[in-house]
Write a protein that binds this ligand. Structure first.
Ligand SMILES: [Zn+2]
Length: 235
């Protein structure tokens, strides 16, 4: 393929009339190279974020003694994230707005019914080993890897948190998602230090802020900044 690109302009020394198939292949090769370059340079343009507060209703999620269940914290975090995103000009669609059970298929449908959105599922972790702590971000498709990396990088800026890295896992809401989709685990409710942290509105505020910053880092700039730039350009 490289040869064809390098010899795109037919040199006079070259015998004329080499096969049309070869010329056709050369053009195709050229086009795909240009498309590839354009693809690399294109920044995400989504203006809608589907925020998915994990669990709800009869599904409490992690339910440790002495701490409110996961479903309460994920909804609270979702609202904190929503208000930041909206202030920056994003349109936010929540998969649930109250303590109700929404089947996983329906959550994915909300995302898949729109062409250019990202999907961010919010969770808190739990495990029988109470010593385990840390933050992790899951993705399942290649198109979601960069978003996962940016958000994980950003939430690690929170003071005193442990990095459990980005990981792949076939969780339903990210596996069957047609858009870039991640699942953020914002700490372990089974760990005494982290469950105290999660119960603090200050921590949930900071966590929402860092998830927001990760989304903006992935996109390059906010829709609001984009609108302002467009206005300045037309002046
Ligand atoms: Zn969960």
């Amino acid at each position: 393929m490289t040869d064809d690109i390098l010899t795109a302009a037919p040199s006079p020394a070259r015998p004329r009339g080499h096969s049309p198939i070869r010329r056709f292949a050369s053009v195709i090769c050229h086009l795909s190279f240009v498309i590839l370059l354009a693809g690399c340079a294109t920044r995400p343009t989504f203006r809608t974020v589907v925020v998915d507060p994990g669990h709800g209703g009869h599904d409490p999620g992690e339910n440790q003694r002495g701490v409110l269940p996961e479903k309460i914290w994920t909804l609270d975090l979702a609202y904190r994230l929503k208000s930041r995103l909206e202030q920056a000009g994003f349109n936010v669609v929540m998969t649930r707005q109250s303590d109700v059970y929404i089947p996983l298929q329906n959550r994915v449908l909300i995302s898949n019914s729109q062409p250019n959105v990202i999907f961010v599922s919010l969770h808190f972790n739990g495990t029988p080993n109470r010593k385990i702590q840390g933050l992790e971000t899951y993705y399942d498709t290649r198109r979601s890897a960069k978003l996962a990396a940016k958000v994980q990088q950003s939430i690690l800026l929170l003071p005193g948190v442990v990095d459990r890295r980005i990981k792949t896992a076939p969780y339903f809401v990210i596996r069957y998602n047609a858009n870039p989709a991640i699942l953020v685990e914002g700490g372990f409710l089974s760990n005494p230090i982290e469950s105290r942290r999660i119960a603090s509105p200050v921590y949930r505020d900071l966590l929402a802020e860092q998830i927001y910053q990760g989304i903006v880092a992935y996109r390059g700039r906010t829709p609001l900044q984009e609108n302002q730039a467009a206005k300045t350009a037309t002046r």
